[in-house]
Design a protein around this ligand. Structure first.
Ligand SMILES: [Zn+2]
Length: 351
């Protein structure tokens, strides 16, 4: 781990040498846990700030890059909320969505499940019909231009309570496009018990949506049990607290319930203190299906490629291991079978 070690929290400059950096950059990948607003790049925010100068967000890219430099979790929330405040029209949603997909494509993400929080946008005054149309148009345009296939997950912002859950399930079931594949639950875990959303997840699952709640990020294994038993979780967002409960680890391994792991996010939110303490390896070694994802990449100063480089170090992966890691994410995805088969071939061909 000498010249291959990456300092956690330090953004990797383009072209910086890390173990297998070039291999990872060209490796076809699937991203399963990445948030729409949390993926806004400074360049996109600059364009939005120019559209809405009264928001008081700097329009100058250098100043915005400073603003986007991660300092602590409270600062991340500031950046996130400033971005939310700039998303006022369907055109803003369209711009952000297109640029997020282009950013994924530039990292050779061939398939992504993008987590959307429509409740926030409807509260900003964008009707759900216009929101749906904007994201769908951006998705179709971006797929035509880049080849990257995107599907949606709508999530309940847990901090906004049951009112937001009632609204979000209606956006999903009554207005969701055919490209909506999953139903999630984000926001804080502390003070937001999972079981209160059981009826919402029941309805989502009855409508054919996959259950993918966050759990076991900042609270213990009991939250993951709740997500499985009460919400029918098919994948767990984060889930790293599972390591505290050997019975749960066994259950996850036996039932092949994948975890969506984001190492840099876990450091940023301080649920893991040091990267070398990250439980991804222990989980993998215990037979749990682990996937690597980026969560809110520009706001945490990372990229999916950088998360793969970190995982390569933590899991001691060579090129074959990295191909396997990418294939695992693809297999854990809800991509159409023909898309899975094509990308699986492309992963196998990558050398
Ligand atoms: Zn997340």
């Amino acid at each position: 781990m000498t010249d291959t070690t990456i300092a956690p929290g330090e953004p990797t400059a383009p072209g910086e040498r890390t173990a297998y950096a070039d291999f990872i950059a060209g490796l076809p990948k699937a991203e399963l846990h990445v948030h729409h607003v949390g993926s806004a790049r400074p360049e996109t925010v600059a364009a939005l700030a120019a559209r809405h100068p009264d928001a008081g967000v700097p329009q100058d890219l250098a100043a915005l890059k400073d603003f986007f430099t991660f300092t602590d979790f409270a600062h991340f929330i500031d950046v996130y909320l400033a971005t939310v405040a700039l998303l006022r029209t369907p055109e803003d949603i369209h711009l952000l969505t297109r640029e997020v997909i282009e950013g994924l494509a530039a990292q050779r993400v061939c398939y992504a499940e993008l987590t959307m929080t429509p409740f926030t946008s409807v509260r900003m005054g964008i009707p759900i019909e216009a929101y749906t149309e904007a994201i769908e148009d951006a998705r179709i345009t971006a797929e035509r231009d880049t080849g990257t296939v995107v599907r949606w997950i709508y999530d309940i912002p847990g901090e906004a309570g049951l009112e937001s859950a009632d609204a979000t399930i209606s956006y999903a079931v009554d207005h969701g496009p055919a490209s909506l594949v999953g139903f999630g639950l984000g926001g804080p875990e502390i003070g937001v018990p999972r079981p209160q959303f059981k009826a919402h997840f029941d309805r989502a699952r009855a409508a054919g949506l996959h259950s993918v709640p966050h759990s076991g990020e900042s609270t213990g294994p009991e939250t993951i049990w709740d997500a499985i038993r009460e919400l029918g979780a098919e994948r767990i967002g984060h889930g790293i607290a599972a390591t505290q409960d050997p019975r749960l680890v066994e259950y996850l391994a036996e039932h092949r319930i994948p975890l969506e792991i984001s190492p840099t996010s876990n450091l940023a939110t301080r649920v893991v203190e040091r990267i070398e303490d990250h439980p991804i390896r222990a989980l993998r070694d215990a037979g749990v299906v682990v996937t690597v994802n980026s969560d809110d990449p520009p706001m945490f100063g990372t990229t999916l490629n950088r998360e793969y480089a970190i995982a390569a170090n933590l899991l001691d992966l060579d090129e074959g291991g990295l191909r396997e890691l990418a294939t695992t994410a693809l297999n854990a995805s809800f991509a159409p079978d023909d898309v899975k088969a094509r990308i699986r071939r492309e992963i196998g061909d990558h050398a």
